[in-house]
Design a protein. Sequence first.
Length: 171
Amino acid sequence: MKPMRKFWVIFDKTNQVMMHIACLLLVLIMLAISIDVLLRYFLNISFGGLLELVEYCLLWMTFLGATHLLKTDAHVNADLVLTRMNPRNRAFLDIATCMLAAIVFGLLSYFGVVVVWQHYQSNLRLASVLMPYKWPIVTIIPMGSFLLFIQLLRKAYNLANGLKRERGGQE
């Protein structure tokens, strides 16, 4: 197997595993909140840090699933505008959007690593009920952003190749 092909297979498997983890987190959130509601209603018992844990899970779910959603084109699009454009202009707009977003997520990845490292070195804790260390919670931001950066570059490359093939077929 070619090295790039092997890289993309591993990359896609990683994204798939991350999406499954995001789905598992969603199920755990649903169960935890349901149990908390039942305990509060019937036994007047509540877990004080549950809302905080749910917030952290929602952050992780966002970055765990975003790359998979981008790969499968399951994210929100401005269909009203895109459907009125010809395919070639739509592809150019998609490429420009992918490149701009890749720059943003590349920067977010870099600065996210810097911030996570600073939080790790300073043993920074969140001022909340559970008082967790901040770095394990925000680690997903540079990780997920880096995977989005790679996927955006991949999508822009594939779109550009499609335009190139289309132009080559017209000549």
